[in-house]
Design a binder for this molecule. Structure first.
Ligand SMILES: Nc1nc2c(c(=O)[nH]1)N[C@H]1C(S)=C(S)[C@@H](COP(=O)(O)O)O[C@H]1N2
Ligand SMILES: [Mo]
Length: 361
């Protein structure tokens, strides 16, 4: 006999919540793969430089779908937890396999959601490197979801056909959707300006000098700009050095571009500086080849980045000297930083000191 009679403990409820959880995890997985590929591009991979908000949108979906998955996962676990009390614990080898796969699935799902949330809060409580672990476990999670769906197909079929969901269960489902909706609104403000004021989890999208949040301050990065600072541009023809005065004397361009941090917040601003394509030409090189960007930072993980060829060609890609009409503040990358369209924030390198053309045909 079933001792658990609450409305949630019902396979029709489990499978409906499960379907939405599948959608949330699916979106989260795909957008996560994209973000990973942009940061570690395999040779066959190319990411467009426009529209300028493209990465902002895909990473927004990543964070929002991950947050929506939290109440969905809790509702699903609530819905099935009485099965933990089923006896005998293990009925057959196949049954053992099924139980085991659920254990792996729940563990991986929890790991992804919890580490993701802590990352959004910029709270690193663990010793491992977040992106590597989060990426590896994502494959375990998605693999075990596929196994789980395959194993449960008969139950899922049965749950979706047949009896109507009654009022009590509909109420449970409504509460679950409401929970997911609240979670979405609470985070979406980190990216959607209209929602900023109602989003309690969007604290990172405001504040900071010049109206833009700061991810790593100049002090944290131990930046000291030397008095004789020059920007070096290394091409096949040799190295050209530009002083700040040289850079300001070049034609200036202004673009409105977002910083879209992988952690989910994003903020648009007006950036002014030299188009990277123009700068490369001024240094005697045609844009279109990848360019390695090196900062004054000695140690940080993000001290260097590589601009792909299509970004060096795109006129919206700037070596920015000004932000919202003012000279860049030290925290935003003074004397100059890269700001390129449709790129993860982590690749918008600050405190730039050298550009190196990587492949010269
Ligand atoms: N040299 C350097 N550039 C960097 C970083 C860094 O740690 N070092 N952090 C990056 C990250 S993760 C983000 S989101 C953006 C944030 O830019 P902001 O601080 O001007 O908002 O800068 C990027 N540029
Ligand atoms: Mo970031």
């Amino acid at each position: 006999m079933n001792r658990f009679t609450a409305a949630g403990h019902d396979e029709r409820v489990t499978s409906r919540v499960g379907a939405w959880l599948g959608v949330a995890f699916g979106l989260c997985f795909l957008t996560g793969l994209l973000s990973h590929a942009i940061q570690h591009p395999p040779p066959w991979f190319g990411w467009p430089s426009g529209p300028v908000w493209l990465y902002q949108a895909t990473q927004g979906v990543h964070v929002v779908s991950g947050v929506a998955a939290v109440p969905l996962l809790l509702a699903k676990l609530w819905s099935v937890y009485p099965k933990l009390f089923d006896r005998p614990l293990i009925r057959s080898p196949l049954h053992a396999l099924e139980r085991g796969s659920i254990l792996v699935l729940s563990g991986a799902a929890f790991f992804e959601l919890v580490t993701g949330l802590f990352n959004v809060a910029q709270n690193y409580l663990w010793g491992f490197y977040f992106p590597t672990a989060h990426y590896a476990v994502a494959w375990i999670a998605i693999g075990s979801i596929l196994v789980h769906v395959a194993v449960k197909l008969p139950v899922i079929r049965r749950a979706w056909s047949g009896r109507e969901v009654d009022a009590d269960r509909r109420r449970f489902l409504r509460t679950t959707w409401l929970g997911a909706g609240v979670a979405v609104v609470a985070t979406a403000g980190a990216t959607v300006p209209l929602l900023r004021d109602v989003s309690v989890l969007a604290w990172r999208s405001r504040g900071g000098p010049q109206g833009i949040p700061v991810n790593r301050t100049a002090r944290a990065a131990a930046i000291a700009v030397p008095a004789d600072w020059r920007l070096e541009v290394v091409t096949a023809a040799g190295t050209r050095a530009f002083s700040l005065a040289d850079l300001t004397a070049l034609p200036q361009a202004t673009e409105v571009l977002p910083i879209a941090c992988v952690e989910g917040w994003s903020a648009s601003a007006s950036w002014t500086g030299v188009r990277v394509a123009d700068l490369l030409r001024a240094a005697g090189s045609e844009p279109g080849a990848p360019v390695r960007v090196t900062s004054l930072e000695r140690e940080g993980l993000y001290r260097e980045s590589t601009l792909p060829g299509r970004h060096t060609e795109d006129p919206a890609t700037l070596l920015a000297l000004r932000l919202n009409g003012e000279v860049l503040s030290p925290d935003h990358g003074f004397p100059c930083r890269i700001i390129a369209p449709s790129r993860p924030g982590v690749l918008q390198t600050k405190w730039v000191t050298r550009l190196t053309i990587e492949e010269i045909q």
